[in-house]
Design a protein around this ligand. Structure first.
Ligand code: GLN
Length: 284
């Protein structure tokens, strides 16, 4: 193992210290991550096999990045990207930073869907496109329609689909299904589900930097899920299935949305933290 060159070591120590005094829980990790990204290498590689020198301007860029992080901005908005389901997605403050819980929903959809069957899929509130694009790449025979209300989010989604080669994913601006005709075999969604009243309980990274449109919903966070389920009853073919991410304490309320006689096999899948996180139901 080669020691870090002194300029790199000094900068990393400086960044770590600046983050630590703000109460950042992972100052060393964040400083290393922000530096490695601007050097174009992985953090582990930077530490195990450090470059002999750092490029001109890198110190200044690093200090600007640290200042943004000190102000609470999430590291993934600073680097402009986030890994999701083995792909790198571009992100900016117009879209949520993809979460691991949402990867579990992609996994759940794929697990129940054998290969080689041409299905139509709607990803409602696609944001960065992470759900729809990951599904489209795993199942090239599917046709995925990715929907969002936000034009700025659709720009990011389209860019991600093009860069990742997801040619079977198309993007439509729509408030849920309002601007979209037709029926689907699968509807999948990570809708906004946070209660406006819970805003102050969110981490500063989320509260101050992530898009409110993607986070908050009326009716204690349930309004969009309720409307999505109601519209999905019309938009799913018989035996079609909906997968919807929900808040950790919303299972009982969401279960009621499926009690109108139109649904069967209503189940809730737990996330890695043991919370009921994904509602799944089949149209009769
Ligand atoms: N899981 C997100 C959070 O922790 C909320 C995402 C959403 O509302 N869809 O803030």
């Amino acid at each position: 193992m080669v020691p870090l060159n002194s300029e790199l070591a000094t900068l990393l120590a400086e960044g770590k210290k600046a983050l630590a005094v703000t109460g950042c829980p992972t100052p060393e990790l964040d400083a290393g991550f922000l530096m490695a990204d601007l050097l174009g290498i992985e953090r582990a590689q930077m530490l195990l096999d450090p470059p002999a020198s750092i490029p001109p301007g890198a110190a200044e860029t690093f200090r600007r990045r640290i200042a943004r992080r000190v102000a609470g901005e999430p590291v993934h908005y600073i680097t402009g990207k986030k890994e999701f389901y083995n792909h790198t997605f571009k992100v900016n403050p117009a879209v949520l930073i993809p979460r691991p819980e949402t990867e579990e929903m992609v996994e759940a959809v794929l697990k129940q869907s054998p290969r080689g069957v041409a299905l139509t899929v709607a990803d409602v509130g696609t944001g960065s496109g992470c759900i729809g694009i990951s599904l489209g790449l795993e199942r090239p025979e599917w046709r995925v329609t990715a929907i969002d209300l936000s034009a700025a989010a659709l720009d990011i989604g389209r860019e991600n689909a093009a860069r990742l080669g997801a040619v079977n994913v198309s993007f439509v601006q729509s408030d849920l299904f309002a601007a979209l005709p037709g029926q689907f075999d699968i509807i999948v969604s990570n809708p906004p589900y946070v209660d406006h009243g819970a805003k102050n309980a969110l981490q500063v990274e989320v509260r101050k930097f992530e898009p409110p449109l993607a986070l908050f919903a009326a009716e204690r966070g349930l309004a969009v899920i309720r409307e999505l389920v109601a519209q999905s009853a019309e938009r799913l073919r018989p035996s079609g299935v909906i997968f919807c991410e929900i808040g950790y304490d919303q299972k009982e309320a969401v279960q009621k949305f499926f009690e109108d006689g139109l649904w069967t096999d209503v189940t809730f899948l737990k996330d890695i933290s043991g919370h009921d996180r994904i509602a799944r139901a089949a149209r009769r």
